[in-house]
Design a protein around this ligand. Structure first.
Ligand code: GRF
Length: 190
């Protein structure tokens, strides 16, 4: 039987979190991923979507500002939009229509090491520079700020004394792959 909870993924980069969410959804009864929207035609996540036969599309700032994408997602009764490494700013007009239905994952324990310009390896460089003993990931609702929305869940891991930004990034990313699908399941399960 077709699952009723439909989610879509917004992705800019590699899409390894998108991959983890799709893998989980294939085994879970909780939700289906119905589409991947990428901010760049180069995003590997578009290939991932094609492999799984999912709707896939590149979206621009104008698409996020216009009505067509908004209305399509609305008409499809999408339960959740997951920003899985999506680097475009979501305009207020779009956000208002999906209040409480849009989440983001960030690779640090917010509110530490978040905000404008804090993405990718810069986050892990900042964690190491601050001599943090713990890092991890945060899943939060999207609001008008950068990484400022209400926190839904946080998952932590150790920062090792010999960590480089790259080794820490790899540890945190593994944690993201485990925690994002489970958190989505919790959000959409009544
Ligand atoms: C992740 O670290 C996520 O926390 C951040 O962007 C990265 C996306 O990685 N928002 P990937 O494209 O899922 O591999």
């Amino acid at each position: 039987m077709k699952k009723e909870v439909k989610i879509v993924l917004f992705v800019s980069g590699k899409g390894s979190n998108a991959n983890a969410v799709i893998d989980f959804s294939l085994k879970s009864k909780a939700f289906s991923v119905v589409a991947i929207y990428a901010s760049s035609p180069k995003s590997q996540a578009l290939l991932l979507a094609k492999e799984h036969g999912l709707h896939n599309e590149c979206i621009t700032d104008d698409d996020l500002l216009g009505r067509a994408l908004f209305e399509r997602l609305n008409d499809q009764s999408i339960s959740l939009i997951v920003l899985a490494g999506f680097l475009r700013k979501i305009p207020v007009s779009f956000l208002n229509g999906f209040q409480g239905k849009m989440i983001n994952i960030h690779p640090s324990l917010l509110p530490e090491h978040g905000g404008a310009g804090m993405y990718g390896i810069r986050v892990h460089e900042a964690v190491i520079a601050a001599n943090e003993k713990k890092s991890g990931c945060t899943i939060h609702y999207v609001d008008q700020g950068y990484d400022t929305g209400a926190i839904i869940a946080q998952f932590s891991c150790d920062v090792m004394p010999d960590d480089t930004p790259a080794s820490l990034a790899a540890r945190v990313l593994k944690l993201e792959h485990e925690s994002l699908p489970k958190t989505i399941e919790q959000i959409v399960t009544p």
